[in-house]
Ligand binder design. Structure first.
Ligand SMILES: *Cc1c(COP(=O)(O)O)cnc(C)c1O
Length: 399
């Protein structure tokens, strides 16, 4: 029985489990893992034409592997994109994007509150090759418009942002990018395609750290870029030459992760919403950043652009660094780790960890204060998470 699986006919929950899978003649039910670095050619002629890219068929696992390709086609289907290219990590996805689309003399407009290593890549490495990056506040569209010019080749942002959960209007940024002939890249790590599809709002490229929610259980590193066939040919050409490639084992783990993505995201959202509301009522807490709260400045936009508010929130406590550290040291089983998007709830102090390499000035500009705590809300019972946090918060008043 053969059946042509047309992704446009199916909902995301089905795509996450079925899209892209063509069984071998063995009829295996579950997706197989192909641990092979290279492939046999049918003839010298076949080898020559595959190398020239004229004939279909794999050449070398630096840029083609059936298990990795299956993950790529499934992710592309979920994002509503033509094609995805998988990479060895989220940072490798951002690096590959830069190498594919930027040259000396180009300029990048980047949101001031993106992932710390993303800033490091632009400031420390792309700058060495003559690419200048302007960091701009996500909420100040006027500043982006003023900074955009004919040298601008890439706009880069995360929404919701980390750790402050600010929301960017993807459509507005896409229009700005189009106006100056630049590409808009959206790092969709926090929402995943289960909650937000940036390409459908006009973005040109979607970036993923698969390490987070796509895996969902904190096991492996990986990343991806999603976009048009033409753009992905550029990204894949960089992988073909330089090799920041996803391993087939990791791709297989991500395929298993994708199968439960929408279910997990539903629960992450529900737990985060419950925790945000509960935190808002605690005496030791001075503010809560979560777009699911009605008084969050990005609430209406997030409700329109996303199908859920996500699993990450942050909050400030009374006092400064000592208070935040007392709370973090006071919890008993929440994981003190910088990872996020895990079944396990994690807690971290951004100012001295994830954003610790920023200067005080950069950190102030990004709004990351010493009394800020970030939580990636996991899949445990909400009541148990609250109980442990209550223990942590009680240490603030004691101290
Ligand atoms: C973790 C993360 C990255 C980097 O991904 P790695 O897989 O750790 O390289 C990029 N962007 C965001 C938003 C992240 O959270």
């Amino acid at each position: 029985m053969s059946f042509e699986f047309d992704p446009s006919q199916f909902d995301a929950e089905t795509l996450a489990i079925r899209a892209g899978f063509e069984r071998s003649q063995n009829g295996e039910h579950s997706e197989p893992m192909y641990l092979t670095s290279s492939y046999i050619f049918d003839s010298a002629e076949d080898a020559a034409s595959r190398f020239r890219g004229e004939a279909e068929g794999p050449v070398y696992a630096r840029y083609t592997n059936p298990t990795v390709n299956l993950f790529e086609s499934r992710l592309a289907a979920l994002e509503g994109g033509e094609e995805a290219v998988a990479t060895s990590s989220g940072m490798a996805a951002i690096l590959s994007t830069c190498m594919a689309f930027l040259s000396a003399g180009d300029e990048v407009l980047c949101s001031a509150d993106v992932f710390g290593s993303t800033t490091g890549l632009f400031s420390k490495y792309m700058a060495k090759f003559g690419v200048k990056t302007h960091y701009l506040p996500l909420g100040d569209m006027g500043a982006w418009e003023a900074a955009a010019n004919e040298k601008t080749k890439l706009l880069f942002l995360e929404t919701p942002s980390n750790p402050l959960c600010r929301i960017a209007d993807i459509r507005a940024f896409a229009n700005l990018a189009k106006g100056v002939g630049a590409r808009l890249a959206v790092d969709n790590c926090f929402c995943t395609p289960a909650l937000q599809q940036p390409l459908l709002h006009g973005a040109d490229l979607v970036i993923h750290s698969a390490t987070k929610y796509l895996d969902g259980q904190g096991r492996t590193l990986g990343g991806a870029v999603v976009g048009t066939h033409a753009d992905m040919a550029e990204v894949r050409a960089f992988l073909r030459t330089c090799g920041p490639t996803m391993s087939p084992f990791n791709a297989w783990v991500f395929l298993k992760g994708l199968e439960t993505l929408s279910l997990r995201m539903e629960r992450h959202c529900a737990n985060a919403q419950g925790l945000a509301e509960w935190l808002s009522q605690q005496d030791e807490v001075t503010s809560v950043n979560y777009a699911g709260l009605a008084d969050h400045p990005g609430h209406a936009l997030a409700a329109a652009q996303q199908s859920g508010f996500g699993g990450v929130l942050s909050f400030t406590v009374k006092g400064g660094r000592e208070s935040a550290w007392a709370c973090i040291n006071g919890v008993r089983w929440l994981s003190l780790t910088a990872n996020l998007g895990d079944a396990k709830t994690t807690i971290v102090h951004p100012a001295t960890t994830t954003h610790g390499r920023l200067s005080d000035q950069e950190r102030d500009a990004a709004g990351i204060t010493e009394n800020l705590i970030r939580i990636s809300v996991g899949l445990e019972s909400l009541k148990d998470i609250q109980d442990d946090l209550r223990r942590g918060l009680s240490c603030i008043l004691a101290g």
